[in-house]
Ligand binder design. Structure first.
Ligand code: AMP
Length: 205
C-alpha cells in the first residue's frame, strides 16, 4: 500500500504526474488545488472562502485546508493508499497530516519532489495561461506562487528529508520519462526504508 506526497513548484507538472502515478499504483490522487477549483466553480461555501486567496496566489488558510483534507482522506477510497498532490505546503499542514495519519495508525511511504528550474516554470505557466486561462496564471501571481513555494514549501520538504523518505526527481523532459522516474524513485525510497510489501508465494498470483 502506497501513501505518498507529490510535491513541486507550480508548473512542475504535479497534476499531470499525480493522476498517472496514482493510476499505475492503483491508489487515489487527491489534489487540494483541484478540490478548491471544483468548489469555486460550484460556488460552495468552501469555494467562496478559498477564491480570494487563490486569485491572489496565496495559500488558503491552514485551518480550512486541513479540514478539507481530513474529510477527503476519511473516505473509503483512501483507505488502501493515496497520493496527495499539493498538500502539505506549510509546517502547520505537516503537523495536521501527521495527526491524521497517527489517528489511523498510518505512515507515509514516500515524498517525491519534482524539480524544474524557475525559468522553465514561468515559461510553462505563461503558456498554460494562454491555453486554460486560469485566474492565478498571470505573471505577477505566478511569481508570488513561486516565491511562496521557495519560502514555505521547500522547508516542508526538508522536514520530510530528515525522516529519510524524500526523493528528488528531474521534472524536465518527456512526460512518460518523468512518470517512470517518479515510479522508480518511490520504489527506491520504499526499498531503502523497508516499506515494500513482502511478496510471498501466496501473494504472488
Ligand atoms: P495548485 O493547483 O496546486 O497550484 O493550487 C492552486 C491554489 O489552490 C494555490 O495557489 C492555493 O491558493 C490553493 N491551494 C492548493 N493547495 C493548497 C494547500 N495545500 N494549502 C493552501 N492553499 C492551497
Amino acid at each position: 500500500m502506497t501513501r505518498m506526497l507529490l510535491m513541486g513548484p507550480p508548473g512542475s507538472g504535479k497534476g499531470t504526474q499525480a493522476t498517472r502515478i496514482a493510476d499505475k499504483l492503483g491508489i487515489v490522487a487527491v489534489s487540494t488545488g483541484d478540490i478548491f477549483r471544483h468548489n469555486v466553480k460550484n460556488m460552495t461555501e468552501l469555494g467562496k472562502e478559498a477564491k480570494r486567496y487563490m486569485d491572489a496566489g496565496d495559500f488558503v488558510p491552514d485551518e480550512v485546508t486541513n479540514r478539507m483534507v481530513a474529510d477527503r482522506l476519511s473516505q473509503s477510497d483512501a483507505e488502501t493508499g493515496f497520493l496527495l498532490d499539493g498538500y502539505p505546503r506549510t509546517a502547520g499542514q505537516v503537523d495536521a497530516l501527521d495527526a491524521m495519519l497517527k489517528d489511523t495508525g498510518q505512515a507515509l511511504s514516500a515524498v517525491v519532489e519534482l524539480e524544474v528550474p524557475d525559468a522553465e516554470l514561468v515559461a510553462r505557466l505563461l503558456k498554460r495561461a494562454e491555453i486554460e486561462g486560469r485566474a492565478d496564471d498571470t505573471e505577477e501571481v505566478i511569481q508570488h506562487r513561486l516565491d511562496l513555494y521557495h519560502r514555505e514549501t521547500e522547508s516542508v520538504i526538508e522536514s520530510y528529508a530528515e525522516r529519510g523518505i524524500v526523493a528528488r526527481v528531474d521534472g524536465t523532459g518527456q512526460i512518460d520519462d518523468v512518470t517512470e522516474r517518479v515510479l522508480q524513485s518511490v520504489y527506491s525510497v520504499r526499498a531503502a526504508t523497508g516499506t515494500l510489501p513482502i511478496i510471498t508465494p501466496d501473494t504472488q498470483a
